[in-house]
Design a binder for this molecule. Structure first.
Ligand SMILES: NC(=O)c1ccc[n+]([C@@H]2O[C@H](COP(=O)([O-])OP(=O)(O)OC[C@H]3O[C@@H](n4cnc5c(N)ncnc54)[C@H](O)[C@@H]3O)[C@@H](O)[C@H]2O)c1
Length: 323
């Protein structure tokens, strides 16, 4: 990506946006990166380190105004309603994820925006998808509204690449584990909550059962995947907005066992709720060979190194200021 790009991040206050934005500002300069979100309670480090725009992606006028005012050339479209929240309010999830994404693509087509990142998710898969080593090309028949919007987002993005020559890229993120901003209502949130509760209370009640195994990724790898894909040579890409990317896969009791190595008196219990049903429709492991071949994807963290780093960071924060 060119140093002169003017970059807009939507959903910048979310779990991923709140870590992607500072990284982009470090790379491209604070004033080059415009953070935006529908939220108004924005952490000061995000608001004070560069331009911030209050932006609802459902408002075309406002979106146009922001893109024009800052002469945006590149967009990271991170705003969305996630899987568990989506099942609580499917109409809203449809609106934000479908209309919001279409607005972003339309504005880009008619402005100076040349390149976009629009994430998909492992939620694009469904109960009829092979769950082991889920292939790049496979059955996409999700049964959550979030998953349906993610499949539509992939297809629409690929359509804009083919029809309008817009450079749209995206990957099917697995569950993202991080310690800066709490996740925003996804089915994989347990893999973050377990660390907070382990540090705070040494015990955790999990909302999926102990055998549940889902693909996950540590935030540094998520950011690496995002930027590596955006840096890749367009000519080498056969896929665009729908790359499988894998980090690690583990069962909940394996994660608990790893945490116990650092906190021996940690205990876990299980009270599966509606999110179990969603988890049961998603892959256990992912085949990401297309990402590896087309843009050199390789994750750095596994279960053991991620656990060590998460606990180190959360313990430090717990001691400094509580969690
Ligand atoms: N975090 C994960 O585990 C995960 C996994 C797979 C895919 N993804 C995808 O990555 C992207 C970012 O996810 P995240 O985890 O940071 O989500 P998040 O829920 O933490 O953040 C989303 C942000 O979007 C904002 N938003 C909601 N409605 C909006 C609107 N109408 N206009 C503008 N902003 C709005 C929210 O205020 C929030 O700050 C999403 O597309 C998500 O589907 C995330």
């Amino acid at each position: 990506m060119n140093k002169k790009e003017k970059i807009l991040v939507t959903g910048a206050a979310g779990q991923i946006g709140s870590e992607l934005t500072p990284l982009l500002r470090e790379r491209y300069g604070n004033i080059q990166v415009i953070a935006s979100d529908i939220k108004t309670d924005i952490p000061s480090d995000l608001k004070d380190s560069g331009p911030f725009e209050h932006l609802d992606v459902l408002s075309n006028e406002r979106l146009f105004e922001v893109v024009k005012k800052h002469r945006i050339t590149l967009i990271f479209h991170m705003s969305a309603i996630l899987s568990a929240s989506g099942e609580q309010n499917p109409q809203h999830a449809w609106k934000v994820n479908i209309e919001g994404t279409r607005n972003i693509l339309e504005i880009s087509k008619d402005s100076e925006v040349k390149k976009l990142f629009i994430p998909s998710s492992i939620a694009a898969f469904g109960p009829s998808t092979p769950r082991e080593d889920t292939p790049q090309e496979t059955i996409l028949r999700p049964n959550t509204v979030y998953g349906i919007t993610k499949v539509a987002g992939e297809l629409l993005s690929n359509y804009y690449v083919a029809r309008y020559k817009l450079d749209v890229r995206g990957c099917r993120y697995p569950g993202i584990i991080s310690h800066k901003t709490l996740p925003g209502g996804g089915t994989t949130d347990y893999a973050v909550a377990i660390f907070y509760e382990a540090v705070r209370k040494k015990t955790y009640t999990c909302f999926v059962n102990k055998e549940t195994m889902l693909p996950m990724m540590y935030m540094p790898d998520c950011l690496k995947a995002t930027l590596d894909l955006m840096d890749a040579n367009f000519k080498k890409l056969q896929h665009h907005a729908d790359f499988n990317v894998a980090g690690m896969s583990f069962k909940v009791h394996e994660l608990a066992r790893e945490i116990k190595k650092h906190i021996p008196d940690f205990t876990i219990s299980y009270e599966p709720d509606y999110r179990q049903k969603i988890a049961d429709t998603w892959p256990r492991t992912i085949d990401d060979s297309a990402a590896r071949q087309e843009w050199g994807w390789e994750p750095e963290y596994d279960l053991s190194s991620m656990t060590e780093d998460m606990l180190k960071e959360l313990r430090r924060r717990h001691q400094e200021s509580g969690l």
